[in-house]
Design a protein around this ligand. Structure first.
Ligand code: ZN
Length: 170
């Protein structure tokens, strides 16, 4: 699995609701988790590997030995949210870049597990941030879309560099 890099237009397609919870889906989630560790990230959404599904994997510690921290969310929806704060984020689709993004501090997310069973998760702090970041990918939204004007200005040169590298590969 290859992680697509900004400004690859496939990242803007987002994902479609998952209707079939089968062995293929479990395999895809497993491969995404492996790709996430390989790239040293703590979250990965299916559209980032060119798969148009509302599927994301995460582990806030980014440590492959910490299997308790692993979560797989299918068709996630935020049903409660509270408070806003800025915090630093990176994204595997923006190598070498970090920026401050405003997110909800506390969220409740309802989703389905890999068996299609409804689940509910209350999260705050960094876990809530990772979930919101990955959920954006499912709508084709990238974290640079959420930057303040000054933060956008600060990373402008890095974005232009990624755009130039993408054109050179095309
Ligand atoms: Zn990302």
């Amino acid at each position: 699995m290859e992680v697509l890099v900004y400004p690859d237009p496939v990242l803007r397609r987002g994902g479609k609701p998952i209707a079939t919870f089968d062995a293929d889906l479990r395999k895809t989630a497993e491969q995404m988790m492996a790709a996430m560790y390989e790239e040293v990230g703590c979250g990965l959404a299916a559209p980032q590997v060119g798969i148009e599904l509302k599927l994301l994997v995460l582990n806030p510690s980014g440590d492959r030995n910490d299997t308790d921290g692993e979560k797989v969310l299918c068709n996630p929806k935020i049903t409660k949210k509270k408070g806003r704060e800025f915090g630093e984020e990176g994204c595997l689709s923006f190598p070498g870049m970090h920026a401050e993004v405003e997110r909800w501090i506390e969220i409740t997310v309802e989703y389905q597990d890999l068996a299609g069973q409804p689940q509910k998760l209350a999260a705050d702090g960094f876990l809530a941030r990772v979930i919101q970041h990955e959920m954006d990918h499912l709508d084709g939204v990238l974290y640079v879309d959420r930057l303040t004007a000054s933060e956008k200005l600060r990373v402008k040169a890095q974005l232009q560099e990624l755009e130039a590298e993408f054109r050179a590969r095309a």
